[in-house]
Write a protein that binds this ligand. Sequence first.
Ligand code: TXA
Ligand code: MG
Length: 344
Amino acid sequence: MNTEMLCAQSEQDIAYAAQLIKNGELVGIPTETVYGLGANGLDPCAVAKIFEAKGRPQDNPLILHIAHPAQMQELCQNIPQSAWLLAEKFWPGPLTMVLPVKDIVPKVTTANLSTVAVRCPKTEATRKLIDLAGVPIAAPSANRSGKPSTTTAEHVLNDMNGRIAAILDGGACEVGVESTIVDLTDETPRLLRPGGITPEELTELLGALEVDPAVLGQIANDTVVRAPGMKYKHYAPQAQVIIVDGNSQAAAEYIRKRFQKNDAVLCFTEELPLYEQLNPLAYGSAQNNMTLSAGLFSALRALDAPEISTIYARCPEGGGVAYAVRNRLKKAAGFCVVNAEEEA
Ligand code: TXA
Ligand code: MG
């Protein structure tokens, strides 16, 4: 299959992509978080192709993308008031809600769960595409399973060339990490995955928010988890990633002492001078967490090479978007974190 590159600025290309979706084909779609691997979410055969192209385990359900918040009603039932409040405040945007599913959604989309994940993405071209296709678009992140998510059309082409019909190129993704997922099926809302909508923003609106254990630490492979995707190793380059916490000076000292020929340093822009001769890669500014989330996956992809053995990574701490960046980096590191101030 020849994967066609389409342009999200072209009405004609969006219409063509919509036709591909209607025909049951796969299309790489831009969103404000990461690129998605889209298909008609109500067509079991089209959805099955997603799992195949991605190499994704069948027990990992997909997010349905809608063009308008009200379309939640077509896919979900017993929608609580909190879902409408969240939709009003954060949609279109980087928030996914888990709600009880209606029968119209095929089992392959939800991996047989009684719930479904829905999201109204911010990217206008993609909402137009959903409108023209006339169906919700099921889309996981458009990476090969286990690899870092894709934040440019080129990343998608690298992972999916020949496996999907087309990619709608909408430029680089603004948020850069996947959407925040909140489960609204229990009494207390539960954060299943942190993202661009922060825990603080959710708590302010919802009053209470539980944080799922999978967000906080490593989950054994046989544990039953709420978001099945969270149990798999993720975002991982081939090298071992080690997060080095502590102040800039202590971290640089720690890393310089251990750095070997085939290692790499992933740091904040401000720290580049501390790693002269080590060929460091910066993924954003320590002063601006949005630059870190926007740059993280691109950087992890750039460092995904067989010759690199250890990646020493600097990682933001604290709340807001930093919480999501840290969650992704910890997963890439298999939760390997050291504190340079304690371990000099
Ligand atoms: O930003 C995003 O959410 C991107 C863009 C393309 O929208 N999509 C994305 O999809 O990250 P994916 O499939 O890579 O991650 C979706 C996560 C998985 O961990 C999956 O297990 C979880 O959402 N999920 C899907 N349906 C669920 C459900 N009914 N209950 C709990 N978790 C669910
Ligand atoms: Mg993913």
